[in-house]
Design a protein around this ligand. Structure first.
Ligand code: ADP
Ligand code: MG
Length: 318
């Protein structure tokens, strides 16, 4: 299979059609028409085999996740997904793998309304790079930098599920089969909180998506905003699957340090708290308050009022 044949078979004319795509796959560049009064939000992420995913990962899940992690970056800025480009490097053109990969990728693309407008295909060690473009009303992009002392800290969804899913794949725990399926599903197909991010615009003072683990990612917000934080460990949202599978202490440690949840963490001033809760409940996503921003530059973890240090879980990323 030649490169053009591969593109024709698996990528051309697939995914959602958008009227703002003036020219899609096939020419030297794609041409798109951004909306009036909107700014562009642009992000790129690469997944490399044996670094970010294992060879055993199902191709459809890999396609889905490669896009989902990029969409999560758009979500954290409050941007609406619009267009993407896919750079694919493969050791050989494996048709079955490509069919499944493109199905997973385009499932996510269809659901979130992002058009595949171009890319590049090369031979080499397997890796996937996706560039996403989103649109956000001018001056409304959420950033890591706006948190102020007194603001409340929230997260969406539940934390630590993806990390526990990975540990199940590594044979580190036993879980009931429905829990196993759910937790591994969170690892393979994280949910980018795209609608939730848009609901936060004009209300949240800062936002970030949780890719490396809460403790690490909240650190980026504290640094960018020049503030400290107190997080109440007993308020971290944990799934029933998590609670039924590991001890409460282990669960809380995973929620603090486990990566790849792709939930949103955001801060909101007291004056906007009610409006934000109303707006966000329209997204259908669960969210919970976990702490408060304070002066200084430290993250303080409290469990029932006492300082808390998470277990060292020896977490490795894949
Ligand atoms: P060029 O030589 O100009 O880089 P290519 O032969 O690489 O062009 O690509 C031909 C067309 O197919 C371009 O429009 C490009 O954007 C698109 N394309 C290439 N690879 C992919 C891919 N993996 N997914 C989507 N579009 C792709
Ligand atoms: Mg090319």
């Amino acid at each position: 299979m030649k490169e053009f044949q591969l593109i024709e078979n698996f990528f051309s004319g697939r995914g959602p059609l958008r009227r703002d795509v003036l020219l899609g796959i096939g020419d030297d560049c794609a041409v798109v028409q951004p909306a009036a009064n909107k700014a562009l939000a642009i992000s790129v992420d690469t997944l490399v085999e044996n670094v970010h995913f294992l060879p055993a990962m199902p191709a459809a899940d890999l396609g889905y996740k490669a896009l989902a992690v990029n969409l999560s970056d758009l979500a954290s800025m409050g941007a609406e997904p619009a267009w993407m480009a896919l750079a694919l490097t493969l050791p050989e053109p494996d048709e079955l793998w490509l069919r499944r990969f493109s199905e997973g990728l385009l499932d996510a693309a269809e659901y979130y309304g992002i058009a595949l407008v171009g890319g590049d295909t090369t031979r080499g060690p397997k890796s996937i790079t996706i560039t996403v473009n989103g649109q956000v009303p001018e001056d409304k992009a959420l950033t890591r930098g706006g948190a102020k002392a007194g603001d409340w800290i929230y997260v969406t969804g539940t934390l630590g599920d993806s990390a526990l899913g990975l540990q199940l794949l590594q044979g580190k725990h036993d879980a009931r089969s429905e829990h196993r399926e759910y937790l591994i599903g969170r690892h393979y197909r994280p949910t980018p909180r795209v609608l939730a991010g848009q609901c936060l615009r004009g209300l949240a003072s800062s936002a970030i998506d949780l890719s490396d683990g809460l403790m690490s990612d909240i650190g980026h917000v504290l640094k960018a905003s020049g503030v400290g934080a107190v997080v109440k460990v007993e308020d971290l949202p944990l799934s029933q699957a998590m609670l039924d599978t590991v001890s409460p202490e282990f669960a809380q440690s995973l929620a603090l340090t486990g990566g790849e949840d792709y939930e949103l963490l955001f801060t909101v001033p007291e004056a906007q708290k009610g409006a934000l809760e109303t707006s966000l409940s329209q997204s259908g996503v669960k969210f919970v308050k976990i702490g408060q921003i304070c002066a200084g530059n430290q993250l303080k973890l409290l469990k029932d009022g006492e300082p808390f240090t998470p277990e060292n879980l020896g977490f490795e990323h894949f």
